[in-house]
Design a protein around this ligand. Structure first.
Ligand SMILES: [Zn+2]
Length: 213
């Protein structure tokens, strides 16, 4: 078998930090035994009670990431898996903020003094920059009237999947929590309206900028 070169592997790999955030978030939602079961099913037993360190090395393949996400669906079924993935996406924002909040300029006075909509946009923009910098997947983010529209041609979540319904729930949960946090606790409608797994060229997640409450 020919070993792939580093340059071929790089776009497909995830850093220790990214996988650490995901596993911490999963533990919040499923508890330690739930995460252990997911890792067991994903054939990633070496990570049980031994999460990757908080370092930037790219050591995880796209296939390993997919195995974790698929296991969530297999264990809990698509419907419950969806709810759990949404909550996990929300928890990912929390752990990401803890690690990267200062880098994202989300903890500065200048950010906090902004009005509601620019604050929500700043938090969502930080998420887009995180995808680009730490996951190597560019996000096109557009401000369109009452909506923030997030488009990913190279979505890390549904790569290689086929699904009748949009299935990038981590991204939806991440944006829900970014907007919730930035607005001091308001809820926003966030929906994935097209998904690569459903045959569309891009995954499109739409956030309605008008809070629900
Ligand atoms: Zn996707």
């Amino acid at each position: 078998m020919v070993e792939p070169t580093v340059s071929e592997c790089l776009p497909l790999q995830y850093s220790n930090q990214v996988v650490r955030i995901l596993l911490q978030a999963l533990e919040d939602v499923l508890g330690p035994s739930g995460v252990n079961a997911v890792l067991n099913l994903a054939q990633l037993r070496h990570l049980i009670r031994s999460y990757p360190p908080n370092t930037p090395e790219l050591t995880f393949s796209s296939a390993e990431m997919q195995a974790i996400l698929r296991s969530l669906d297999e264990m809990y079924g698509p419907r419950a898996g969806r709810g759990l993935a949404l909550r996990t996406g929300r928890a990912c924002f929390k752990y990401g903020l803890k690690e990267y909040g200062a880098e994202w300029n989300l903890t500065e006075l200048g950010f906090r003094l902004q009005p509601l909509n620019p604050k929500v946009k700043s938090a969502v923009t930080a998420c887009a920059e995180f995808y680009e910098k730490y996951i190597g997947r560019p996000v096109e983010l557009n401000d369109e009237d009452n909506r923030l529209v997030w488009r990913m041609a190279a979505c890390p979540e549904c790569a290689g999947r086929q699904a009748a319904e949009p299935c990038c729930h981590l991204a939806v949960g991440l944006l829900q929590e970014a907007a919730y946090w930035a607005s001091n606790g308001k809820n926003f409608e966030v929906e994935e309206v097209s998904c690569v797994a459903g045959g569309y060229p891009v995954c499109t997640v739409v956030l309605d900028k008008r809070p629900l409450d």
